[in-house]
Design a protein. Structure first.
Length: 69
């Protein structure tokens, strides 16, 4: 399994940007919207998706390193 890159990256820069964006949406974002159109919910779902890919990659790496030992 390859490390997630590009639009699937979970880099420190992405995580920092997500937290800033999420906080700004909380303070200055649009009024309450339906869950499908709420930008804060969409950002959180994207964060969870990328985190899941990153965790799967790390688990795969750990299992591969363990198999080689």
């Amino acid at each position: 399994m390859d490390k997630p890159r590009g639009k699937d990256s979970f880099s420190l820069l992405y995580r920092t940007g997500f937290r800033i964006n999420y906080a700004l949406l909380h303070v200055m974002g649009p009024a309450s919207q339906s869950p499908e159109t709420d930008p804060q919910n969409r950002a959180k779902k994207e964060y969870e998706r990328r985190r899941g890919l990153h965790r799967a990659w790390k688990a795969h790496r750990r299992s591969g390193a363990h198999d080689r030992a």
